[in-house]
Write a protein that binds this ligand. Structure first.
Ligand SMILES: Nc1ncnc2c1ncn2[C@@H]1O[C@H](COP(=O)(O)OP(=O)(O)OP(=O)(O)O)[C@@H](O)[C@H]1O
Length: 940
């Protein structure tokens, strides 16, 4: 429509302040024009000849919005005294309406690149690049193998990454993470949860842990993977109860203690009703089970596991409450697969055969005919041609297929220290002390507890600390090795408290206690005080509750003031120090009374099982066999014959069981868990990401563009602060300032520094901000290329191929929003040229250029659009083919697995099929949209 001057009532857009919305001319005189912007209430007065304004006019077919907020589609346009009168059909009532442009809503924002380009809503050319890069990076991220893993603040430890990647990519994984103590099960769980959340496979997660570990889990989730869990306890639920409803519905990520669920059936019921995607249970050996007497803990978790699709159980000592309980937990993960304990035992006895048959595949040589025949016999339904085993990679693939087919491979992961390098050694330091006469009567009683813990007998009350030589030894020992940190564990809270009292009254040794009689907050304070390297406690005196889960690897000395009766508990105790992050050999000190039942235990553990200096996965098996003999020996410590026989039997049993485990279950589990041959590519991808400069470069441009100042601080850290020009709200950005790093090494040592990776929420919100803003949708810029004629121009059109689908479908695996950049030259031909350093032209020039080139540009846009559609179609066909192939493979693999290994559930197969159908539908509905336009003119 021809513009023949300003008239009151006309609607114009500001070219310089696009955020003002649609303005209305309120006065015009012979030299100036005054315009009111109703959306912000601001008025501007301009010289008529210089006014940076563009008239907004609509054509037939356009959609307009009335000030009363209803919409209409334009059917006719007339002009009366310079003001446009639109006729149209109202969308809600279908009435025919007539609207003067004066009554158009001021809240108009032109979103379409073309509209913006031809209405002079132009931005700086750098915004076009930012949009393009944001789309390109997001595209790469969505397809990356490292999604959900790269952003964790951890060292890259292969066995953990393998498990996390293997489990994290499954649909509703149900697994038992059973690495030996301290190898990183919590970290593995954190990585799996993070991956499931980042990819949309899960949204609601409930973590259940012993109450001693609630705080530690809270902190680990936050510091390792940036996840804020809410702790639910009695007081939180009571407060929520007043508002009514189910308190568990209020949060997506919840952490609570197992005790809490056991002691409060009504809250357990609420948790059951709260529709979780994932349940995580730490120290799952507490879920004791026998056919006649399942524990309350087991029943509570079983009820949850029956309704929650994904379940992770964590325990380093699966046999701690007996092998039956271990079976019961596997059954809880997959009731259809683990039907009876007897059949489970029978199957276990075949593991050695499976391991023996698979092992040659891992030996980097051709298989003999016999070995090949054994392989055929193991899995007759798998066709194995010699060619299938020609290369090392193929043999590895076959080995993993076989492991997958047999036993607990898919649901149980266990790494052992023996197969992981770099662990320091453990040394036993026994400290024999004379048995005081005061204990004589007590230890001669028939009660085993009296024999093992005479200090707890009422007859000696608090006086034992005065004559028991372990107490004097303790003070002397602590004084001698000061300031070295020492963790002391004993069986009872009373003993820990009494020892603390002695240290308080008889020494100046800084100490702290940790036992079940304290509140969770006080316990954490005590642990924190112990961890403080400068002014903290030298010794932490723990009751048995300190023997699980906690991280005390900064200490190198462990005192076992008494010994527990079960080997797995001993392993848990030692595991507080012997865990990832321990930098020195672990010194285990056992002060014991000569000739006591404790000496029997010491000798049995050390000589019978070698359980102090090595981890002893066979301990519970041996214990089950010799329990009677062991108890008899504890009753008669002086019976050397009995003791020697006990040790000899235990040594023998231990050797046999170890061999069986080594050859069978553990060998298979280890092959499955450690990721030999499978994790290398992932590790390479992670290292490549860590060393790439793409993210720092990109973020620096984004920060610059949105008005965040980035200042280098040294140590590879940057301080981010808002500048005055920062107008947009960036979720996750701290306006007080933030210290960030892109380096893993810095992030794992400086915990207050944010670790910026492609997984980080700040990076996601920055990308989202760039893409949801209109900034950059249209721009004009100059390049200087002396080799090309001055004045030639190109039109860059950025299209996005995308489809909408529910998040849980993770359509991004196959077709993330895909950027397609098409560049047309002045002749209307597609060009491969790309531009760097496109500089702004100035608004007026840009306006004039767009005005002059409008007919050509319109033509180029439609040519580019046709090209984009044809490119998109190729991309789409590729995505469909990949999706079909990959899901068909998955379904086929699951079906063939299921024939051998019922661990594969029917729902898993059905799920893959449903996904295939849903993805087919979603992908075929994908469409191309124009996201941004940039006109680039050569002006050398
Ligand atoms: N990849 C890693 N990077 C940095 N620290 C790690 C890593 N893996 C484990 N750690 C640290 O090592 C210690 C042991 O890890 P974690 O607590 O996950 O082991 P765990 O197997 O759960 O132990 P437990 O058997 O005692 O429950 C923790 O302090 C943990 O933070």
């Amino acid at each position: 429509m021809k513009n023949d001057g300003f008239h009151i009532g006309q609607r114009w857009l500001s070219n310089t302040e696009t955020e003002l919305g649609l303005g209305a001319i309120v006065s015009v005189d012979f030299r100036t024009v005054e315009i009111l912007f109703p959306a912000t209430g601001e008025i501007r007065r301009y010289a008529k000849s210089e006014a940076p304004l563009t008239r907004l006019t609509y054509a037939v077919g356009d959609r307009i919005t009335h000030t009363e907020e209803w919409q209409a589609t334009v059917t006719d346009v007339q002009e009366k005294q310079g003001v446009l009168i639109y006729e149209g059909i109202r969308e809600d009532t279908k009435e025919t309406v007539t609207i003067s442009e004066a009554l158009l809503s001021p809240l108009v924002q032109l979103n379409e690149p073309e509209q913006r380009l031809f209405n002079n809503q132009l931005d700086l050319p750098k915004w076009f690049e930012l949009r393009l890069q944001s789309l390109e990076h997001d595209y790469a991220y969505q397809q990356s193998s490292t999604i959900g893993l790269a952003g964790a603040r951890i060292e890259l430890i292969p066995h953990q990454l393998h498990i996390a990647a293997e489990v994290g990519k499954r649909y509703a994984p149900r697994v038992l993470l059973s690495d030996e103590v301290g190898l990183g099960k919590t970290i593995e769980a954190a990585l799996i949860i993070h991956q499931q959340l980042q990819t949309g496979r899960s949204q609601r997660v409930l973590i259940v842990v012993p109450d001693t570990l609630v705080h530690q889990w809270l902190v680990e989730m936050l510091r390792r993977v940036n996840l804020h869990f809410s702790v639910f306890d009695e007081s939180r639920c009571a407060a929520a109860a007043q508002e009514g409803g189910n308190p568990f519905d209020d949060e997506q990520l919840v952490l609570c203690s197992l005790d809490f669920l056991v002691q409060h059936p009504q809250h357990h019921q609420q948790a059951l009703d709260a529709h979780w995607d994932m349940l995580v249970v730490d120290e799952a050996h507490h879920l004791g089970w026998s056919e006649s007497q399942p524990s309350a803990e087991y029943e509570r978790i079983e009820a949850l596991a029956n309704v929650v699709p994904s379940v992770l159980l964590l325990t380093a000592t699966p046999d701690q409450l007996g092998h039956q309980s271990h079976f019961a937990r596997l059954r809880l993960l997959d009731p259809a697969r683990f039907v009876s304990y007897e059949s489970f035992l029978a199957e276990e006895s075949t593991y050695a055969k499976v391991a023996e048959t698979v092992t040659p595949l891992l030996e980097d040589r051709a298989l003999t005919d016999d070995e090949l025949a054994a392989l055929h016999a193991l899995a007759p339904e798998v066709e194995i041609a010699i060619d299938d085993l020609a290369s090392e990679a193929k043999r590895l693939e076959m080995a993993h297929k076989m492991i997958d087919l047999h036993g607990t491979g898919r649901i149980l992961f266990r790494n052992r220290r023996a197969s992981i390098e770099g662990f320091p050694a453990r040394a036993l330091n026994p400290h024999p002390l004379n048995l005081p006469g005061e204990y004589a009567d007590i230890i001669s009683s028939a009660d085993l507890t009296d024999k093992l813990f005479p200090e707890r007998h009422p007859a000696v009350s608090e006086a034992w600390v005065d004559f028991d030589p372990r107490v004097a030894w303790l003070i002397e020992f602590l004084t001698a090795i000061k300031p070295a940190k020492v963790l002391l564990i004993c069986a009872s809270a009373v003993t820990a408290q009494q020892l603390a009292e002695v240290l308080r009254t008889k020494s100046s040794i800084r100490h702290s206690v940790f036992h079940e009689g304290m509140s969770i907050v006080d316990r954490d304070k005590a642990a924190h005080y112990f961890a403080d390297p400068d002014v903290g406690a030298q010794v932490l005196l723990c009751s048995e509750i300190g023997s699980e889960g906690r991280n005390f690897q900064f200490a190198h000395h462990l005192i076992l003031f008494d010994l527990p009766l079960t080997p797995d508990l001993l392993e848990q105790r030692i595991g507080r120090l012997d865990r990832i992050g321990q930098t020195r050999d672990v010194q285990i000190h056992v002060p014991y009374l000569i000739g006591s039942a404790q000496q029997v235990l010491l000798d049995w553990y050390h000589q019978g099982l070698d359980a102090f200096c090595q981890t002893c996965p066979t301990g519970s098996g041996v214990f089950e066999e010799v329990a009677e003999q062991l108890l008899a020996a504890c009753h008669t410590p002086a019976d050397t014959q009995l003791n020697e026989a006990l040790i000899a039997t235990s040594q023998q049993l231990n050797a046999t069981l170890k061999r069986q485990l080594d050859e069978g279950r553990d060998r298979l589990l280890e092959l499955n868990a450690s990721g030999v041959g499978k994790v290398d590519t992932l590790l390479e991808d992670m290292v490549a990401l860590d060393t790439s400069l793409a993210l720092p470069k990109f973020m620096s441009r984004v920060f610059d563009a949105i008005g965040i100042h980035q200042e280098e601080k040294g140590h590879d850290c940057f301080i981010l602060t808002p500048t005055e020009s920062m107008v947009n709200h960036l979720p996750g950005f701290d306006h007080e300032g933030m210290t960030v790093t892109y380096r893993r090494r810095i992030a794992t040592t400086l915990e207050h520094v944010h670790f910026l990776t492609w997984d980080h929420p700040l990076v996601h919100s920055a990308i989202e901000l760039v893409l949801t803003e209109v900034l950059g949708k249209s721009s004009v810029g100059f390049i200087s290329d002396a080799t090309k004629p001055a004045g030639i121009y190109w039109l860059e059109a950025l299209f996005v191929l995308e489809c909408s689908a529910p998040k849980s479908l993770q359509v991004g695996r196959y077709l993330p929003p895909t950027p397609l950049r098409i560049c047309m030259d002045a002749k209307g031909l597609p060009s491969e040229v790309s531009f760097e350093d496109v500089r702004p032209t100035g608004r007026k020039v840009a306006q004039q250029l767009v005005g002059a080139l409008k007919p050509q540009l319109e033509k180029h846009i439609s040519q580019a659009s046709a090209l984009a559609h044809s490119q998109a179609n190729k991309v789409l066909q590729g995505a469909l083919a990949t999706m079909r192939e990959s899901l068909s493979d998955q379904a086929e693999r699951l079906r063939s697995l299921q024939k051998r290994n019922p661990a594969v559930r029917d729902e898993e197969i059905a799920f893959v099929e449903q996904q295939k159908t849903a993805l087919e539908k979603a992908l075929t509905s994908a469409d191309v949209r124009l996201d941004a336009l940039r006109v680039v003119v050569n002006n050398p």
